[in-house]
Ligand binder design. Structure first.
Ligand SMILES: Cc1cc2nc3c(=O)[nH]c(=O)nc-3n(C[C@H](O)[C@H](O)[C@H](O)COP(=O)(O)OP(=O)(O)OC[C@H]3O[C@@H](n4cnc5c(N)ncnc54)[C@H](O)[C@@H]3O)c2cc1C
Length: 390
């Protein structure tokens, strides 16, 4: 029996079969086999989710052979990209065509299909999550039918499928809307927390990307802002860098950790952070890993954590070698007080009943899911806690 494990090491599973298709026809063939053998089906990206989204004892698709840019359209500033492509492999070819992704998350090791699947985002009050820049998707449903959803032909289908946790089908390619290649000037400072909080709105408004990390045990802050620049030189000041966006935005995260992240209304972000800070100071002062504060522009995907609401995301982290459950469980109720929506790929304990109160697009998504996959072929135990099956 095969074994699969996520990056953080907190989720493992033993699928009956791991399928590595080279093209859509091989996916269709394997889906028919899953149907005959009555196997549940899940797709893995690069395993960077902390929740058991990928776990299955049935058929697991690994799309690592479905790589690369299928069609680059520089004249339209967009590209069709195969879903198994790692984001890190897109920066250079896009750059060679004078183009770039509008934003990236903290890392770029995710597979495209996986990054879209959970609504992966970076930071920047004018910048939505990565899926909001997708204008077309090719999806293979459980019955093997290929659906092409595009903004011009099926905008509703696209709003459903952009962030869909692999619950509607297997995404084989996505059309990404790009922007002209851009350079960024990064500045990292270590201000006092009170100073950051007193000037938070100004800091957010002043930068293309702003985020800060507060390290509880050390009571130290790292504030990062990035802005567009045409400068070609290397800054000689400590804490500053200049370069093309795809080289500056992603960090290298080598130490394993676990993470919980909630998206709260932007206007409540500061207050929510203060409540989290106070809880950690009072009950978890030994936590070394940071609380991270980012901004996210609203978008219209049904399951997006920023669905029709300007957003602040707040996340807590724990060392990958330490238990995270007691700490996260003690902080999670605070997010509920601020109408928080959980990041689908990061630790949370919300089930359908609670999600229905904070995810406005949930029932619409459920209806489409039931229509596209009536037998729940793409559901695993975790997804069954999130969505009704009817
Ligand atoms: C070190 C680290 C840093 C991170 N930084 C950020 C960050 O800055 N911002 C942020 O928002 N998140 C961040 N995350 C979370 C991460 O971006 C998401 O969990 C993302 O979904 C992981 O992508 P993946 O390729 O590993 O997908 P997986 O975790 O393998 O899969 C995610 C989901 O997508 C589905 N899926 C994958 N491929 C397909 C496909 N082709 N068709 C249909 N469904 C598919 C899977 O079934 C699953 O439901 C981080 C995680 C880690 C470990």
């Amino acid at each position: 029996m095969a074994e699969w494990q996520n990056w953080a090491g907190n989720i493992t599973c033993q699928p009956r079969e791991i399928v590595r298709p080279r093209d859509e026809a091989e996916i269709v063939e394997a889906l028919a086999r899953a149907e005959t053998q009555d196997l549940s089906v899940r797709v893995a990206g690069s395993g960077h989710s902390f929740t058991p989204l990928v776990a299955t004892d049935g058929m697991l698709f690994d799309l690592s052979l479905l790589q690369g840019i299928a069609r680059l359209e520089p004249e339209n500033s967009r590209a069709w990209v195969r879903a198994g492509t790692r984001l890190a492999d897109l920066g250079e070819p896009f750059h060679a065509a004078g183009l770039a992704m509008q934003n990236l998350g903290d890392v770029d090791v995710q597979a495209l299909g996986g990054a879209l699947g959970t609504g992966t985002h970076g930071t920047g009050h004018t910048l939505p999550n990565l899926s909001a820049r997708v204008s077309g998707l090719r999806i293979l449903r459980a019955d093997g039918e290929l659906r092409s959803v595009r903004d011009d032909t099926d905008p509703e289908g696209l709003r459903a499928a952009r962030v869909s946790l692999g619950a509607l089908g297997i995404i084989t390619a996505a059309r990404i809307e790009l922007v002209p290649a851009y350079r960024l000037h990064e500045r990292v400072e270590r201000p006092k927390l009170d100073d950051v909080l007193a000037t938070l709105d100004e800091r957010i408004a002043a930068a293309r990307h702003f985020e800060f990390f507060w390290y509880p045990k050390a009571d130290r802050v790292e504030a990062k802002s990035l802005d567009l620049t045409d400068r070609q030189d290397e800054p000689d000041r400590k804490g500053e860098r200049i370069g093309w966006s795809h080289r500056i935005l992603p960090s290298l995260r080598e130490q394993r950790f676990t993470e919980m992240e909630y998206a709260v209304p932007a206007e409540l972000g500061r207050e929510c952070f203060l409540a989290v800070r106070d809880r950690i100071r009072a009950r978890h002062p030994d936590v070394v890993w940071p609380v991270e504060y980012r901004t996210l522009r609203s978008d219209d995907a049904w399951l997006s954590t920023a669905h029709e609401r300007e957003t602040v995301t707040i996340s807590v982290h724990q060392d990958g070698r330490l238990p995270f459950e007691p700490f996260f469980a003690d902080v999670e109720p605070i997010f509920a007080e601020f109408a928080g929506r959980p990041h689908w790929g990061k630790v949370h304990t919300l089930a359908r009943a609670q999600l229905a109160g904070v995810v406005p697009g949930l029932s619409r998504f459920e209806r489409l899911r039931a229509e596209w996959d009536p037998r729940g072929r793409f559901l695993n135990p975790h997804l069954r806690t999130l969505f009704s099956e009817a």
